[in-house]
Design a protein around this ligand. Sequence first.
Ligand code: SF4
Length: 457
Amino acid sequence: MTDLMSSCALPSTGETAASMRRGACPSLAAPMQTGDGLLVRLRPDDDSLTIPKVIAIAAAAERYGNGILEITARGNLQLRGLTEASVPVLAQAIDDAEITIAEGLAIEVPPLTGIDPDEIADPRPIATELREALRARQLPLTLAPKLSVVIDGGGRFGLGAVVADIRLQALSTPGGAVWLLSLGGTAAKASIVGAFAGDAVMPALITILEKLASLGTTARGRNLDAAEIRVLCRCDAVSERPAVMRSAAIPGIHALGDAGIVLGLGLAFAQVEASVLAAFLYQFQELGAHAIRLAPGHAFFVLGLRHETAGVALGLAAARGFRIAEEDPRNEIATCAGSRGCASAWMETKGMAQRLIDAAPDLLDGSLTVHLSGCAKGCARPKPSELTLVGASSGYGLVVNGAANGLPSAYTDENGMGSALARLGLLVRQNKDAGESAQSCLTRLGAARVSAAFEQG
Ligand code: SF4
């Protein structure tokens, strides 16, 4: 267990620049500077967070941050709008609520591990042993800040789509469960090293981490040669890549056999106002819910509901704006805090997202991401998107196939924005071939045509 209070002091000046660069992991010990203050990302160390603990985090986000809680694409909690003075106080509040935060190497297991009836093997013993082995080292390994180990026991909500540096995937064999080890990428694309049983897993993991550490703090799983690692770990090659099961859609009511019912919900635009979340959780508590589990895809599961109450809870969630279905156009839009939560913003991103949904539904068919960024910093999505709308003092810029800090190829102002969005939707509707996606239609039309539609009509 990490001693939060001993690790929450802000870095010294020399460390600050390093810990606040993009690509570093913005933990409580090393928050990242963004346009709306400091950002911290929290990985709770418990399987489940009790509802009172989540309410405590929501209260802390309201009191010390900008009042907005986020769940990241990998299922971590994120708080923004913090200051150098408020981060230690936040850490104290988290400690007071007896919430344990995992620090160091990210070791991830599926959200319903231990209660998913389709799980092949429980990954938690390996995760615990690895954390303890790393903690016990006299010379800690210095690894890439964003390095991740995924230990996927299988089941309905497996982590096959989550990119990992090192992946262990449980496989069912006539002789019992074995662990398939692979490097870099998603389960479908990672380089396979081989399969291990029981005791051989931990030495292999440590060997790979030591190898990465020897290559420096930028080395990632994708940089390793699977054949070389196979020799180092003394394991046999696997003749063919096992089929990768697609994870079930999280939103909705799920029956887990003896483990009862869980309700899966997603956050709209990956964010929720802390006060809304707290009010909602109080209502859920009255319906019998006792805990939540964070999940990839900006989502979470609610535990403790019964058949009779899960439907009521689903209705409440819909009314409060949570995502309750997999097909939801809000999934296709990435937004930063915008002018509701960030002093640097030139766009009210949530309102703009709704305008986009209303004006250009043809764009949001699930094939592309539209990024709405309050300024060129691009906090919500540092990587490129097919379409990025960026706020500026003079209006809005459109970046095609780029990030928020890219050079816009078209501009409009507040008065022109509604019709510019509508023209983008119309461009797709009028030019899309049968069966073609919005993304492939825009690619075929090219950036110049897209920009012209946005700007000129
Ligand atoms: S991208 Fe959004 S959240 Fe980040 S600094 Fe700009 S306006 Fe603020």
